[in-house]
Structure formats: structure tokens, C-alpha cells
Design a protein around this ligand. Structure first.
Ligand code: NAD
Ligand code: DAU
Length: 355
């Protein structure tokens, strides 16, 4: 019989964290799930509102750099599992202002590690405690067209302030296992997409701009490649690693779905042309506009997730065609979720990036 777990999920009001919290509360209703989230511009309490009736769910607004808050939660909730999503996550924002990335991604991750180490050590180092760190394929750097996909042993070559700060946190997690024997795992995942994705990222931005009849800004020559993973498949990967992963190990997570940006934008336009009845501009392709490139723009990411597939039996459940259709349908049906996010702050950010 599976022993119920007691989890803290940091960043659980963000895109992937919220998807995992919904997945977990539904699949394991006997587990305690405490979300710790600072509700930055990217955090959205509304996304979790339906869980407020769930007897094992609790939301705490707090910062992962705030050690006393974390110590108190670990203790009073008798936490055995910490799943760490909280981060500054957007590459373009890291170029405009890297400070918050170093603070949250490096100092915040360090603060959590130290708090969890003390909590684990004072409980006599239980083997079934777990600190799981959610990271990115961007730490491995950029691939050229014919390079093999990233594996877990690819050397780190982060290129943006965002990926450098994530690399810093990955190294700290690895060191806590190596030095203290703390039971840690890490996943390095490719580009996610799906429900609750914040409007600043490529797929939601294109969906929303198509619906509003605004230009679709494609950086550079549009030939950059990303490896797209439906967020539901990321949830099942984290489930597999938390239940069956080996401590001290890293697992790559990817969908085997490499797509050029310009091709992805065309796929979204096609879906919108088919599914949205009242587009302001039709066909949506007419809105495609090439704009100046992102500084230091990584050319290609590709993830080899053989280790996760062969050792833990995980496989992605949807193709990129299926996942994009689900996502477009979701954005069409959930204007009430995304419209309020196009705030003054967001418009000011948008003007800076797309000036
Ligand atoms: P997101 O930006 O949508 O959400 C981040 C969440 O963290 C928000 O709810 C925010 O309020 C919270 N947060 C930020 N700073 C905080 C702080 N100091 N204290 C507490 N909470 C704070 O991010 P996401 O896209 O859901 O990414 C989640 C994690 O997954 C990140 O660690 C990211 O690096 C990683 N990741 C993301 C992707 C992707 O494609 N989105 C892919 C691979 C890995
Ligand atoms: O690879 C995993 C990473 O994926 C995560 O670690 C990050 O948190 C997440 O934000 C994402 O990073 P990217 O930079 O790849 O995602 P983004 O959606 O910002 O951009 C995807 C691609 O589309 C990238 O090549 C830049 C391009 N792009 C993006 C935007 C926002 C455009 O051409 N136009 C745009 O307006």
C-alpha cells in the first residue's frame, strides 16, 4: 500500500506548478499538498481556486528566500517531500533585468536546500524524504542543426542569465546530495505548453495575439528549434521520478517534438483559422511579423529522455499536433483566465521587448 506523502510545492501558482498541483490532488487525494508561492506577476491564485474545497490542499503566500517561513512550514506540516518549481522563468525578462533571477533561482533555491537539510537531519535523515528540483534543458546550452540531443551527461553551457541562474541551482542541489547525502532528484525538461501558460511565452502569446488581431512577433529568422512537451506529460514525468526515481540522479524530460518556431506559429494559425469563429484577421498567417532577434538567442534545444523512458517507464501521451489542439481549445474557452493578465505591467513589459 502506498504511504500518503506530505508535499510542499513551491511556485505552485505558476504554469507548470499549478498543473502538477491539480494533477496531484486529483490522483493522490490522500496526500497533503501545501503550495508556497510569492504570487509574483507570474503567479495566479485563481488558477488554484477550485482546490480551496479540497481538504488536503493549503495555499501559503510566501517567498522562497524567507527562511523562517519555510522552516515553520516544514515543521508544522511535517513535510517529507519538497517539489521546487518557484523561479523567475522567462528568458526575455532575464535579459532586461537579471537581478530577480539570481535572487529567486539561486538564493531562493539555496534557502530551500538549507531549510530542508536541517529538517531532514533533525528527523534522523529518513531515506524516504525527497527534495525534487525542477530544471530546464537550457542549462545544456545551444545545439547546432546536426548535434545529438542533450543527455544527462551533456556538459552545462548556459547562455542567458535565466539559464545560468538555473544551472547554479542545479549545481547546488547536486552538491547537497554529494556532500550531505540529502535525497534529491532533478529533472531537466524541454519547453512546456498547455493550460495556464502565462501570456508572455511563445505559444500563449501567439494564441492571444491571433484572437486580438495583433502582430505575431517572430524573433530573427524564425528557424530556432524548440522541443515541445505537453504540460500534462511533464506532470506524469514528475510523478514517475518522485515515486520511482533514484536519489542523486538527474532525468531529462522531453517530448521528441522538435519544431522550428516559424512552423509552430503556422500550426497555431491553422488551428485558430479552423477553431475560432470570429478572428479579426483571417487567415491568421497575415499577422506574422519578423522582429529583431533575442540577444544571445539559443538556436536549438533537443532532449534525449531515454533514461526516463527505459528506467522509469515514462512516455509522453500526446503528439505536438494533439497537444496544440488541446491548448488552442483551452485558450478559446478560457478568456476569463488570460484577459486579466494583460495588465498595465504586462503592457509595459511588452513595449520594452517588442520596441
Ligand atoms: P512560471 O513563471 O509560470 O511560474 C513561476 C511561479 O513561481 C509563479 O507562481 C511565481 O509566483 C513563483 N515565484 C517566483 N518567484 C518566487 C519566490 N521568490 N518565492 C516564491 N514563489 C516565487 O514558471 P513555469 O513556466 O511554471 O516554470 C516552473 C519551473 O519549471 C521553473 O523552475 C522553470 O525554470 C522550470 N521549467 C519551465 C519550463 C517551461 O517550459 N515553462 C521548462 C523546463 C523547466
Ligand atoms: O527550454 C525550456 C525553457 O522553455 C524553460 O526553461 C523556460 O522557462 C521557458 O520560458 C522556455 O524558454 P524559451 O525561451 O525557449 O521559451 P519562449 O516561449 O520564450 O520562446 C520560445 C521560442 O520562441 C524561442 O526560440 C524564442 C521565440 N519567440 C518567443 C517569443 C516570446 C519568438 O520568436 N517570439 C516571441 O514573441
Amino acid at each position: 500500500l502506498r504511504k500518503p506523502r506530505r508535499l510542499i510545492v513551491t511556485g505552485g501558482a505558476g504554469f507548470i506548478g499549478a498543473n502538477v498541483v491539480h494533477y496531484w490532488c486529483q490522483k493522490y487525494p490522500g496526500d497533503r499538498v501545501v503550495v508556497l508561492d510569492a504570487l509574483t506577476y507570474a503567479g495566479n491564485r485563481q488558477t488554484l481556486a477550485v482546490l480551496d474545497d479540497h481538504p488536503n490542499f493549503r495555499f501559503v503566500k510566501g517567498d522562497i528566500c524567507d527562511r523562517p517561513v519555510i522552516d515553520a512550514l516544514l515543521h508544522e506540516e511535517a513535510i517529507d517531500t519538497l517539489v521546487h518549481f518557484a523561479a523567475e522563468s522567462h528568458v526575455d525578462r532575464s535579459i532586461l533585468g537579471p537581478d530577480a533571477f539570481v535572487r529567486t533561482n539561486v538564493v531562493g533555491s539555496f534557502t530551500l536546500l538549507e531549510a530542508f537539510r536541517q529538517h531532514w537531519q533533525s528527523a534522523d535523515r529518513p531515506a524516504d524524504y525527497r527534495f525534487h528540483h525542477v530544471s530546464t534543458d537550457e542549462v545544456y546550452g545551444s545545439l547546432s542543426h546536426d548535434d545529438p540531443a542533450f543527455t544527462e551527461t551533456t556538459p552545462y553551457t548556459p547562455n542567458s542569465p535565466y539559464s545560468a541562474s538555473k544551472a547554479g541551482s542545479d549545481h547546488l542541489v547536486r552538491a547537497y546530495h554529494h556532500t550531505y547525502g540529502m535525497p534529491t532528484t532533478i529533472t531537466n525538461c524541454s519547453n512546456n505548453y498547455g493550460q495556464y501558460h502565462f501570456p508572455e511565452k511563445l505559444i500563449p502569446l501567439m494564441c492571444i495575439n491571433i484572437l486580438m488581431g495583433k502582430p505575431l512577433p517572430v524573433y530573427g529568422d524564425g528557424q530556432n528549434i524548440r522541443d515541445w512537451l505537453y504540460v500534462g506529460d511533464h506532470c506524469s514525468a514528475i510523478d514517475a521520478v518522485l515515486h520511482s526515481g533514484t536519489v542523486g540522479e538527474t532525468y531529462n524530460v522531453g517530448g521528441n517534438n522538435e519544431v522550428k518556431n516559424i512552423d509552430l506559429v503556422h500550426m497555431l494559425c491553422d488551428l485558430m483559422n479552423e477553431l475560432a469563429p470570429d478572428l479579426p484577421v483571417r487567415p491568421a498567417q497575415e499577422l506574422i511579423t519578423y522582429v529583431k532577434d533575442r540577444p544571445g538567442h539559443d538556436r536549438r534545444y533537443a532532449i534525449n529522455s531515454t533514461k526516463l523512458q527505459t528506467e522509469l517507464g515514462w512516455t509522453p501521451s500526446v503528439t505536438v499536433q494533439q497537444g496544440l489542439r488541446l491548448t488552442v481549445e483551452w485558450f478559446l474557452a478560457n478568456e476569463d483566465w488570460w484577459k486579466p493578465l494583460l495588465s498595465e505591467e504586462y503592457q509595459a513589459y511588452y513595449r520594452k521587448v517588442y520596441a
